[in-house]
Ligand binder design. Structure first.
Ligand SMILES: *Cc1c(COP(=O)(O)O)cnc(C)c1O
Length: 355
């Protein structure tokens, strides 16, 4: 169906965007690669590169030297393919049916085999290079350690043999137990490269590195462990245009639920950013924005679907159409909002990511 628009133009500049610092992303990848010691660092780019956007992150990661990419879904492969050879892409959920196995074989991307069923399906479809996930204690995805001797596993052509840490961002005995279990699996399953560590796992020590590491969060500016504090740069921040400036007289309330009442006369900016963009209601009366001159401006009232109100009394120069940036340094933002750093990234709504 094509609407008759009478020749009217249908595209307009977006009043919001996810500001992106490619230099910071490249620096973060290099930092994680360096911290991976003799192992090389790959990159988790699932969920549209954690909400940052595959189109802008992939060229930067490739240029920085990254050659191993992990997506979760088969539907995520198409966006990554233009930026990296198929053989450098692995799909974490594995082949759940023959169509997915056929798709992998046709394109040459590697499925991550997560169960004996998937192993049999992959072999029946013709087999070829694949990755293998072995569960060493998280009990999420992967074959159990007792299953590594199964003939279906022996028939696989394993490129990356991997496992995933459940508690790498905490002090937990499980880390050492998973490391030991995986070190044993590596001795028994033929493979090309072994891989255990996510971002947090990389700083647990050399014995967690094996041949390949799989950072995600840290690349995008998340800080999962204290050891990484100060070593990673912020990569993204939501920015929105001021769509209206108004006066809020002392004693009047603002927004849904009238959750904020002005104690004095305030100058208020309404910006085009709301929970539909992933700027959740957890920021109501709590978030902060910054103006270009660095003035710190508090969110007042409840965040609504498309709009947020900000007290700009301290920045009298601001005008409608000016842009403000949400304070989004991930460790601090997580602490304030009660959301995890992972959630803060992947929340970025379609409108924000494409802006
Ligand atoms: C998401 C994911 C990663 C990356 O984890 P971070 O904590 O973001 O570094 C690594 N490996 C697997 C299997 C994953 O699912």
């Amino acid at each position: 169906m094509t609407a008759d628009t009478g020749g009217a133009r249908l595209s307009f500049p977006s009043p919001l965007r996810l500001a992106f610092d490619g230099g910071a992303l490249a620096a973060n990848w290099r930092t994680m690669d360096r911290l991976s010691g003799r192992a090389r660092a790959g990159a988790a780019v699932k969920a549209d590169a954690y909400g940052v956007g595959v189109e802008r992150t992939m060229p930067v990661l490739w240029q920085a030297g990254c050659r191993d990419f992990f997506v979760a879904h088969w539907s995520e492969v198409a966006a990554v393919m233009p930026h990296a050879p198929a053989s450098s892409i692995a799909v974490l959920l594995g082949p759940m049916n023959d169509a997915e196995a056929g798709f992998a074989r046709q394109l040459g991307v590697r499925p991550v085999i997560n169960s004996l069923d998937q192993a049999r399906r992959w072999i029946a479809s013709g087999g070829g290079a694949c990755d293998l996930m072995v569960d060493t204690g998280m009990n999420r995805l992967g074959i159990r350690v007792e299953e590594i001797g199964d003939p279906a596993i022996a028939a696989l052509e394993v490129q990356v043999l991997m496992s995933h840490l459940a508690c790498a961002d905490e002090e937990s005995d499980l880390n050492a137990r998973q490391q030991a279990a995986f070190a044993d699996v590596v001795q028994h399953v033929p493979h090309r490269t072994a891989s255990l560590a996510n971002s947090a796992g990389i700083v647990l020590g050399e014995e967690f590195h094996f041949g390949l590491t799989r950072p995600g969060l840290a690349l995008y500016g998340g800080v999962p462990r204290g050891e990484l504090a100060g070593r990673l740069q912020q990569v993204v921040a939501p920015e929105a245009a001021i769509v209206q400036i108004r006066s809020l007289p002392a004693g009047e309330a603002i927004g849904y639920g009238a959750s904020f009442t002005a104690a004095a006369d305030l100058r208020v900016a309404i910006v085009s950013l709301g929970y539909a963009d992933g700027f959740l209601r957890s920021w109501s009366n709590l978030g902060e924005f910054t103006a270009r001159d660095g003035a710190i401006l508090p969110v007042i009232g409840r965040v609504s679907m498309d709009l947020t109100a900000i007290d700009i009394t301290a920045a009298p120069h601001l005008q409608e159409g000016d842009w403000l940036r949400a304070s989004y340094a991930l460790p601090k933002a997580a602490q304030l909002s009660g959301l995890s750093q992972y959630e803060l990234l992947t929340l970025a709504g379609e409108r924000l990511r494409r802006g």
